[in-house]
Ligand binder design. Structure first.
Ligand code: EPZ
Length: 425
């Protein structure tokens, strides 16, 4: 292994046991941080996860002229009153997809935005045509020149918008711009993910009028006046699901604390179908999910769908678990057209996986073997870490900068549960 890029070294075959506490939700944080400039007054965000994407967004806000300070235990203070630069450059946008939320927030607050086409995980083409359709519907002129989305509007006017595809990003981005539009905007066929609801709650805390978030019709009454606020981010349902799957994959006994059970219904149901013991409770302060397993999981079939269906972000971790299931599992990835990049790496560990378009057939084998691995995207990295925890022998996982984008203190939390994992290099 080259000593330059950090990598994980994992000795597999150990049960995860104990308790883990879930941090703030990445996909809520990356929406609420850009949204904070809509107020034109200072905001304070708490329970943000200590992940690379949050630091990148802090740097983007600073490059615009905002006054931002962030520390994981004290939260993020954002004062947008000195913003005088309405652009996000390619090198800033290339590492994270959520940079596109500055399109809606800058357009909503200043009537002007120049945002480099977003980066993020290579899991498909990931166009932003629905975002642009929404901004144009609100009256903005939008062109794409040399990879930069340039949008401007003298005035945004509320509109009836129908999304051609259920899109989390487009739903949130249009909500942001519509908050400052004149009149009412309706978003039909809206995404219902928890982070859509979270962003709407944050906007309403700032004095916006967003109704219906969490359903497929969201109505926004634009307003001229938004004020600052203090807001605490919800727990990350994908981090929680990742630890639930890791506990089941290592035949472990783990309590996952600080969760919102309604956000985890699909993954709880699927793990119970696998024969894993899943119980939930609350200790008087917070909800928890208790995962116990002492045998190979049963094979199951998975179809990823928009919320409340099975989340695409847990498809890859679940595939790792199913590599040693009893029987054949079929996984259909309905959201992204190229979200099987982890399959080649799992095969090198001995997994028996056949791909046919958007369907993967996973024939369960007795055990995986540890080998050198490379993460190709954030959730593929999580899947490979789970596979390495399950495998016999030592694995190394390179490209872990992907993992650092979305999981805070990941190796520390896993080590506290008994995993033999070290960050090297
Ligand atoms: C968000 O991505 C999340 N990222 C993704 O999480 C998540 O997998 C995805 O929603 C689905 O839940 C963030 O929130 C930062 P979409 P997003 O727009 O907004 C197509 C992770 O691992 N589409 O709901 O990009 C698109 O190509 C990341 O945390 C268009 O065609 O997802 C995809 O096939 C990965 N045109 C489908 O819609 C558009 O204008 C759903 O995409 C927009 C999207």
């Amino acid at each position: 292994m080259s000593g330059i890029e950090p990598y994980f070294k994992i000795n597999g075959g150990r049960r995860l046991e104990g308790e883990v506490t879930i941090g703030g939700a990445k996909n809520a944080a990356v929406a609420v941080i850009p949204a904070s400039i809509l107020a034109g007054a200072p905001c304070r965000l708490e329970n943000l996860p200590k992940i690379e994407d949050v630091y990148t967004l802090k740097d983007i806000l600073s490059s615009m002229g905002a006054d931002v300070d962030f520390s994981p235990d004290r939260g993020m203070n954002i004062d947008p009153r000195e913003i005088d630069n309405f652009s996000v450059t390619f090198d800033m946008a290339s590492s994270l997809r959520a940079s596109y939320y500055f399109l809606g927030s800058l357009l909503g607050r200043y009537g002007h935005a120049e945002i480099a086409l977003p980066g993020g995980c290579s899991i498909g083409s990931r166009p932003i045509d629905q975002h642009i359709k929404g901004m144009r519907a609100l009256g903005a002129d939008v062109v794409i020149e040399r990879g930069i989305v340039k949008a401007k509007a003298k005035k945004l006017v509320g509109s009836e918008i129908y999304l051609d595809i259920v899109s989390v990003g487009a739903t949130i981005n249009i909500m942001l711009a519509a908050c400052r539009a004149e009149g009412t905007t309706t978003i039909n066929n809206a995404a219902k993910e928890p982070h859509v609801v979270e962003t709407a709650n944050f906007l309403n805390m700032m004095g916006a009028s967003v109704k219906g978030a969490g359903t497929d019709v969201i109505r926004i009454n634009g307003t001229n006046e938004l004020h600052g606020c203090t807001y605490s981010i919800i727990p990350d349902q994908i981090e929680a699901g990742t630890f639930m799957i890791a506990a089941a994959a290592t035949r472990g006994d783990v309590i996952i604390k600080n969760v919102i059970p309604t956000h985890l219904e699909a993954i709880c149901a699927k793990l119970m179908e696998c024969g894993v013991s899943v119980t939930q409770g609350d200790d008087g302060r917070e909800f928890f999910i208790h995962i116990k397993s002492d045998s190979r999981p049963r094979a199951v079939n998975i179809k990823t769908l928009p919320y409340p269906g099975f989340p695409t972000d847990l498809q890859q971790p679940m595939m790792a678990l199913l590599c040693t299931a009893r029987g054949n599992s079929f996984i259909v990835e309905n959201i992204f057209e190229e979200r099987f990049n982890h399959v080649a790496e799992l095969r090198r560990m001995g997994a028996n996986i056949t791909l046919n378009g958007r369907t993967a057939m996973v024939e369960g084998i007795d055990t995986l073997v540890g080998v050198p691995l490379r993460a190709t995207d954030l959730r593929a990295g999580a899947a490979l870490i789970i596979a390495a925890l399950m495998a016999e022998g030592e694995s190394t996982i390179s490209n872990i900068r992907y993992v650092d984008r979305g999981y805070e203190y990941f190796e520390y939390k896993l080590r506290a549960l008994g995993a033999d994992i070290q960050r090297m290099g």
